[in-house]
Design a protein around this ligand. Structure first.
Ligand code: BGC
Length: 475
């Protein structure tokens, strides 16, 4: 069904899994050179970086990162958020590139930094540097940004600060991850053609043949490679819940989210939601007196403080890091998990028994492995759709089909980075997919591109600004 949704999005503009053209038509080779800026508005942090590419797969990266103030995620006006971003860019430039700013001001030449803006929300692109926001995800909700060109919103604020910066590329984080990994790989290695984010939110971007994209792609773009990276927006897969698993906790979480009925796949897979799912499931056990969870020796429940204001009793207060601790702690007495339960749920230390921790571990494992297996299913569906493992397809395309043919997947995000064994559980799904199976799964490589989205954005900004001549690729 996911494959059908991927295909449908190539034919028409769909309300969910909308298959957004990225206007990115090739991967980096590692030979690119230049200096540019990347700005990454993710779900939790705002990262600003400058990347100097040396043209030999190496680079120098400088960066700053701040947590996005929660009030800006639901600000009254776009200006509040975008002026905050512009000020972070200004602070970054003053800190690391003051001479450039001063030269640009005094110089008659039109000197500017090319900036790649990673805006990790569903934005329908109409050019490499323009796109309108379709809807917010991941807890953001600023109504007046909808249908606005987010590059223009940012450029306006940058211009108000008179910074020598031009937004030359709009980038999805999964696309940035692909490009960042591709730049750093040795020339002989297969380039990634799929990028996936499993962080606060989730999404997949992959390389599609232009001949398969039958819906209209607006504006101008490079047709010479015959390909374009498409952003699946798989976070909104199966919003009608025809095939996704549904527990009472999924239902309750969805009802209390800022976007009920949307991003149903994301709500089962990504970091923004896993902690809340665990909280809801553990709470159910806690309320069952007979089960005695978090009770003291006399069987009574805990202090008033714990009962009233504790994170265990407060929506969205438990973040997903507790699932990683639960998965990682395999010791007999579970000391790390017991401490984490105290910190994350607010249960008094002496009320967390080994048995309590075992209960939390079982529930957390169920939620974490379900997420990873769903993630593997999404990656697998994209691999099947892109036909890269399909030898018949390779022969038909005149390429040599060898046993070693591999598909490279670039991944990033807190969940895939920190949840122990996430990749292995994903691989279980890949093997279980009929069209992939055990033998083909072994020809898929999965590589982590840490902070790839901001670095990738800077590289794409350079390519888009035509400050480098892109070299031929190794797809
Ligand atoms: C957004 C995607 C983004 C993903 C990962 C989702 O909520 O819709 O555009 O790529 O999160 O950050």
């Amino acid at each position: 069904m996911l494959i059908a949704a991927i295909e449908l999005g190539l034919r028409q503009r769909t309300p969910s899994m909308c298959q957004i053209p990225t206007y990115l038509t090739q991967v980096a080779t590692g030979l690119e050179k230049g200096l540019s800026i990347g700005v990454d508005l993710g779900g939790t942090n705002l990262r600003v970086c400058s990347v100097e590419l040396h043209g030999d797969s190496t680079s120098d990266i400088l960066h700053t990162q701040v947590r996005i103030p929660p009030e800006l995620m639901v600000a009254k006006a776009s200006h509040d958020l975008f002026s905050f971003i512009a000020r972070q860019i200004q602070d970054f430039l003053v800190k690391f590139h003051l001479a450039f700013i001063q030269d640009a001001k005094s110089d008659a030449h039109d000197q500017y930094f090319a900036l790649g803006f990673t805006f990790s929300f569903p934005v329908y692109q109409s050019a490499i540097n323009s796109g309108v926001l379709l809807n917010w995800t991941k807890g953001f909700d600023i109504p007046d940004t909808i249908n606005q060109d987010v590059c223009q919103l940012l450029q306006r604020e940058i211009d108000l600060l008179e910074l020598p910066v031009r937004v030359t590329a709009l980038v999805n984080d999964a696309a940035g991850t692909i490009i960042s990994r591709a730049y750093g790989l040795p020339l002989s290695r297969t380039r990634p053609t799929i990028g996936a984010i499993f962080g606060t939110g989730t999404n997949g971007v992959y390389l599609e043949s232009l001949s398969e994209i039958t819906k209209t792609i607006d504006g101008d773009y490079d047709r010479s490679t015959g390909k374009m990276f498409m952003s699946t927006e798989w976070g909104s897969f199966d919003n009608k819940l025809s095939v996704l698993p549904v527990t009472p906790y999924d239902t309750e979480l969805n009802e209390h989210s800022v976007n009920p009925g949307n991003q149903m796949f994301e709500k089962r897979v990504s970091g923004m939601f896993l902690g809340e799912l665990l909280r809801l499931a553990v709470l159910q056990v806690y309320y069952d007196d007979g089960l005695g969870l978090f009770r003291d020796d006399t069987g009574k429940s805990n202090t008033d403080d714990f009962n009233r204001g504790a994170p265990l009793h407060t929506r969205w207060k438990v973040d997903s890091s507790i699932l990683s601790v639960a998965e990682a702690d395999n010791s007999e007495l579970l000391p790390a998990l017991r401490e984490k339960i105290h910190v994350s749920f607010g249960v008094p230390r002496d009320s967390v028994s080994v048995r309590d921790a075992q209960v939390v571990k079982i529930i957390a494992h169920a939620i974490g492995t379900r997420a990873a297996r769903l993630a593997g299913m999404a990656v697998g569906s994209v691999i099947v759709q892109s036909q890269l493992l399909d030898e018949t397809h390779h022969v038909a395309a005149g390429l040599e089909a060898t046993r070693e043919t591999i598909v490279d997947v670039a991944v990033d995000g807190s969940v895939v980075e920190h949840y122990p064994g996430f990749e292995q559980y994903m691989r279980e799904s890949l093997r279980a997919l009929e069209q992939i199976g055990v033998e083909k799964e072994s020809r898929i490589s999965i590589g982590h591109a840490k902070d790839g989205s901001s670095v990738g954005a800077a590289i794409i900004a350079l390519l888009a600004a035509e400050q480098v001549v892109p070299n031929s690729t190794h797809l």
